[in-house]
Design a protein around this ligand. Structure first.
Ligand code: PLP
Length: 367
């Protein structure tokens, strides 16, 4: 008979981790939830010392996200603060390979750094594995492969394990923006990636009421380097924002289940609608892209005529939102003018469809 200590530890499933990780110990009178610690400084000689270096509310959020992603997490003031901190690790005039259809803010940050000769960047079709590997090989100063999968808003998928293998052979670090998939649908660290980026503003927080970012890594040295950047740059989240994100994270699994089921159904029905030219849905997650027949004017009409769906940017909230992505000047010119990105929420799918149907009724069907 094996001793109890020899038995393999029971491994908690993600739905249990989202609910139980990062809580105070079960002791009499302990609160079930970590309090919001409003503190700019702490009594000296402990681990925290100063508000910019650490906060117990951040630690609770970081413990949940880190456990879900299989690494150690760091909370940031926004997804862009987290992304910029990763780009800061690239040495002067180092090379970056990134998706041409990554989130436009990420592409803009790369262009800004390139314009100031801080680094150089090659934008690639991240779904074309051979082209990505060729781009890494072409640049002997390449230091970082940036992956976003699915991409925003084109919803292309990258072959993460193949790209990681090729990049690591050349000593190139791999970062994956996992905002769309969340750790419940994809764990990049387990696929070999070095750093995971999140806009926690989206699914992790999930209620369109907080701006937050996060990084997750498995290597202690990389963790120390990124925390060092956070300490110095000060791109830190507020304790209340972090607490809101943690509260949202507790229901990620149930929100995502419902939103994903709704999205699959909406994608299927849009695919059969005569006013829609093309539907992009990667088969998981809750973002759908639909190219409306009639281009920008027709897509704008759809955004104008919806009543239940909200015409708004951003994504990942409980409420369904949509927007024509090319209304943003920064969006890639290779994204169709009539492409509408739908962030499918957790409402009743029949109500969501009825609203889309009435708004699409005014659009001339494809020929
Ligand atoms: N990454 C992705 C995929 C995004 O969609 C966004 C925002 O839309 C970001 C990063 C930036 O996040 P934030 O707005 O929290 O700075």
């Amino acid at each position: 008979m094996p001793e109890p200590d020899d038995q393999p530890a029971h491994v908690l499933r993600p739905a249990t981790i989202t609910v139980t990780a990062g809580r105070p110990a079960h002791e009499p009178d302990a609160p079930l939830n970590p309090p919001i610690t409003m503190a700019s400084t702490y009594v000296a000689t402990g681990d925290l010392e100063y508000g910019r270096y650490g906060n117990p509310t951040w630690s609770a959020f970081e413990e949940v996200l880190g456990t879900l992603e299989g690494g150690r997490a760091l909370a940031f003031a926004s997804g862009m603060a987290a992304a910029s901190t990763v780009l800061d690790l690239v040495g002067l005039r180092g090379g970056v390979v990134a998706p041409r259809h990554a989130y436009s803010g990420t592409v803009m940050a790369l262009a800004d750094l390139e314009a100031r000769e801080r680094l150089h960047c090659q934008l690639v079709d991240i779904a074309d594995t051979d082209a990505v590997i060729a781009a890494i090989n072409d640049d002997e100063d390449c230091a970082l492969l940036w992956i976003e999968s699915p991409t925003n808003p084109a919803l292309e998928l990258a072959d993460i394990p193949a790209l990681v293998a090729a990049a690591h052979e050349l000593g190139v670090r791999v970062v994956v923006d996992n905002t769309f998939a969340t750790p419940l649908l994809q764990q990049p660290l387990a696929l070999g990636a070095d750093i995971v980026v999140h806009s926690a503003t989206k699914y992790l927080a999930g209620h369109s009421d907080v701006q937050l970012g996060a990084l997750v890594v498995s290597d202690d040295e990389v963790h120390a380097a990124l925390k060092g950047r956070r300490d110095l740059v000060g791109a830190i989240p507020g304790p209340f924002e972090t607490w809101l994100a943690l509260r949202g994270l507790r229901t990620l699994h149930v929100r995502l289940d419902r939103a994903q089921a709704n999205a699959a159904e909406i994608a299927r029905r849009l695919g059969e609608h005569p006013a829609i030219e093309e539907v992009r849905y990667p088969g998981f997650g809750a973002i759908v892209a639909a190219v409306v027949a009639g281009g920008a004017p027709a897509a704008d009409l759809l955004a104008h005529d919806v009543r239940l769906w909200v015409h708004a940017t951003s994504l990942g909230g409980v409420e369904s939102t949509l927007e024509r992505r090319r209304r943003w000047r920064a969006e890639a010119a290779t994204i169709p003018e009539g492409l509408v990105r739908l962030s499918v929420g957790i409402e009743d799918v029949e109500d969501l469809w009825a609203d889309l149907e009435q708004a699409l009724a005014g659009i001339t069907p494809r020929g």
